[in-house]
Design a protein around this ligand. Structure first.
Ligand SMILES: NC(=O)c1ccc[n+]([C@@H]2O[C@H](COP(=O)([O-])OP(=O)(O)OC[C@H]3O[C@@H](n4cnc5c(N)ncnc54)[C@H](O)[C@@H]3O)[C@@H](O)[C@H]2O)c1
Length: 251
């Protein structure tokens, strides 16, 4: 499939487990990819590896919590690529695992800034360019925690519910202008993100048992859904939370 031939795609959190899989998926379908991450060294490695496969994936260092820097880097993408057909606001963090009353205020602020304000800043920077083009698709990476909860991670749960709310609100604001804005809700995927909080295989086995399907999701499962939502195959899909959760939330 070459759904993204000569299209420009922006992905944040591009050096991470899910983001790098998304960059690879978009590029393998023909996209020119602007890969953004705060971790310049890992971003460079990711882009180099993908360029060695013959893909056009270029590094843009960015802290997604910095609204002005986000605007500058989005403008740079438009300068270099001529347009932004799809933007994926994927960068995020987990925070502590602690019951709410013991949760540190500073970590609450950090989780909300990195997971929620970043999506606000991202869409605020991306939408004006998409409006000028008259088209564009945004995919915000939420989580199953955007519609259900787990103990000891209430701030993370709140942040991902907020991402879903931002997605729905923005979808209503810009649907008539030709923009589609959706969220993806992955369940548990083994990446750097989950390595610290879910380190051992037995935890993953018991998590797998809570899905209707066998096992847990891979980064490529999530990238496939994101690539679908960004493409014309999803031309009548907006304001949705698209779950890639193996049936986890169906119970
Ligand atoms: N892995 C999972 O099980 C899972 C499940 C549901 C949702 N998610 C969501 O998917 C997204 C990606 O997670 P992942 O599993 O790939 O994690 P990851 O830790 O592998 O990657 C996250 C990336 O985001 C980058 N990042 C963090 N803060 C940033 C900032 N301020 N500015 C720019 N970049 C920043 C990191 O450097 C890292 O490369 C997150 O939003 C996460 O909440 C992950």
């Amino acid at each position: 499939m070459q759904r993204y031939a000569s299209k420009a795609v922006l992905v944040t959190g591009a050096a991470g487990g899910l983001g790098s899989a998304m960059c690879r998926r978009f590029a393998s379908e023909g996209a020119h990819v602007a890969a953004m991450d705060i971790d310049a060294a890992r971003l460079e490695t990711t882009c180099t590896q993908l360029r060695e496969l013959g893909f056009d994936v270029r590094p843009f260092e960015l802290d997604v919590t910095d609204a002005e820097a986000f605007e500058r880097q989005v403008a740079r993408v438009v300068d270099e690529f001529g347009q932004i057909d799809v933007a994926v606001n994927n960068a995020g963090m987990g925070g502590d695992m602690t019951p709410l009353a013991e949760y540190p205020v500073a970590m609450w602020n950090r989780v909300m800034t990195v997971n929620v304000s970043s999506v606000f800043h991202g869409m605020r920077a991306q939408i004006p360019h998409m409006l000028k083009q008259g088209h564009g698709a945004i995919v915000n990476i939420a989580s199953i925690m955007g519609c259900v909860a787990m103990p000891s991670i209430a701030p993370y749960v709140a942040s991902k519910h907020a991402v879903v709310g931002l997605t729905k609100g923005a979808a209503l604001d810009y649907g008539r202008a030709g923009l589609r804005i959706n969220a993806v809700g992955p369940s548990f995927v083994r990446t750097g993100f989950t390595a610290a909080s879910l380190p051992d295989d037995s935890t993953w086995d018991s998590l797998a048992d809570r899905h209707a399907l066998t096992g847990t999701a891979t980064p490529d499962d999530i990238a496939a859904a994101v690539a679908y939502l960004g493409s014309d195959d999803a031309r009548f899909v907006t304001g949705s939370l698209y779950l890639v959760d193996g049936g986890y939330t169906a119970t």
